[in-house]
Write a protein that binds this ligand. Structure first.
Ligand SMILES: Cc1ncc(COP(=O)(O)O)c(C=O)c1O
Length: 415
């Protein structure tokens, strides 16, 4: 039997995880009234407390306290404090995670770190279709003759890529940015360990959407975006994770003063900081970190299993609605059906994905598309409701049935 609006409303009320998460959901700004947001895979919702926090840091911190803020406020402690607040979401301990720099920069830092740890091995295994920035970073390392690259087209090729016994690190997207396919970390990380290679996971499309178990899987290294599901704000700093067995194992590729063993001693020579602190580089982005701290406060109270089960309910409902309401419109589900194999968003394959996404946005449904034909629906486990899914799919169905999405005004490319 097909899902009705009443069923969706009932799911919002009955979902046991929803009760636990309701308080967290209330902490977010709902955005423009009438707009339905499915862009958490790109930029997550804003915590209601963020504007007040920003006002306060601008006035009390920047305008008034000025340089005294570094002592009087928590600006220097933020990279560690923010990391500790989100660690449970990715199955890490508080001290395993730091926040700072961008995902691309952290990818560079960790690839170089892995190459140092695993020397004299020098092969980086990469997915051919990885998020381009991760590939570019690795190509530049290889261009400097610091590594050799070996590409796999599909995860089934990993055993063969590991077989020569020369792999230093395997860099994988935990969740594919187009299809939302989630790799089986519990099965793959031990495979890499057995082959003597480190595993480096990009969690950008899983952290803050589904529960991740880095420590339990014995994953070695991870990075991820702060501005997507984690709701750190536009351009928020990224996070970096190192399993404690490697935290003191090598020098960092970029030895900045914030990663020095005694930053304010201003010693002439570099000494790596304690553990993961060595991966810090320069002055923390205090304003961006204050914005991130609004979400971090919320995340501290979120049970990752409750978050995961609510995300499962939401995305399963969304897939059912797509198939029931738009099944005959040429849309094809490109994400896996099993939630355990899916990340934060649900992707549909549609030849006119880009203009359809534009049409949806113009009708108040904020989705995104990726070339050549992916239509992405980023579902946030704290703020998306089943009722919103129903409303959005009605708009999708109307656009498809009327053909209105083919209007020339939706043909212009957008980000
Ligand atoms: C999977 C993945 N990795 C890396 C990045 C790049 O992140 P940053 O811009 O923080 O370097 C993105 C950006 O969307 C991404 O989706």
């Amino acid at each position: 039997m097909s899902l009705s609006l009443a069923d969706c409303i009932h799911l919002d009320a009955a979902d046991p995880a929803h009760t636990d998460l309701a308080a967290a959901a209330e902490c977010f700004d709902p955005g423009t009234p009438g707009t339905l947001y499915f862009d958490a895979n790109s930029i997550g919702p804003m915590p209601r407390s963020a504007p007040q926090k920003m006002q306060s840091v601008l006035h009390a911190g920047w305008a008034q306290a000025r340089r005294r803020s570094w002592n009087e406020l928590d600006w220097l402690a933020q990279p560690r404090a923010l990391g500790a607040s989100i660690a449970h979401l990715i199955g890490a301990e508080a001290d395993d995670v730091r926040v700072g720099d961008s995902t691309s920069v952290n990818q560079y830092k960790l690839l170089r770190y892995a190459l140092s740890v695993a020397a004299p091995r020098r092969v980086i295994v990469l997915e051919r279709q990885v998020f381009p920035s991760n590939r570019y970073v690795a190509e530049c390392i290889a261009h400097d003759r610091l590594a050799d690259l070996r590409f796999i087209s599909d995860i089934s090729e990993l055993p063969a890529a590991l077989a020569p016994g020369d792999v230093a690190v395997v860099a994988l997207s935990h969740v594919d940015y187009r299809s939302s396919t989630r790799l089986d970390m519990a099965a793959l990380a031990p495979m890499m360990e057995q082959a003597g290679a480190l595993s480096l996971w990009d969690l950008s499309h899983s952290a803050g959407a589904v529960a991740v178990a880095l420590r339990a899987c014995k994953a070695d290294l991870a990075v991820g975006c702060g501005y997507k599901y984690l709701c750190g704000g536009p351009g928020a700093p990224a996070f970096v994770y190192v399993h404690p067995r490697w935290a003191d194992a090598a020098w960092p590729a970029i030895g900045g003063w914030m990663g020095h063993a005694d930053t304010f001693a201003f010693e002439p020579d570099y000494r790596p900081g304690q553990g993961l602190d060595r991966l810090l580089v320069g002055t923390p982005a205090a304003l961006a970190n204050v914005a991130f701290s609004a979400a971090a406060e919320i995340w501290r109270g979120v049970d990752p299993q409750a978050m995961d089960s609510r995300h499962r309910s939401l995305t399963n409902t969304l897939i059912a609605l797509f198939e029931e309401q738009c099944g005959d419109s040429g849309l094809r589900l490109s994400s896996p059906r099993d939630h355990a194999q899916r990340g934060g968003h649900v992707a549909l394959q549609f030849a006119g994905a880009a203009p359809l996404a534009q049409a949806l946005v113009a009708h108040g449904v904020v989705v995104s598309s990726r070339k050549p034909d992916a239509l992405r629906w980023g579902v946030h486990p704290l703020t998306t409701t089943h009722r919103q899914l129903w409303q959005a799919v009605q708009i999708l169905r109307d656009l498809l049935q009327s053909g209105a999405w083919q209007d020339p005004r939706f043909a212009q490319a957008s980000v």
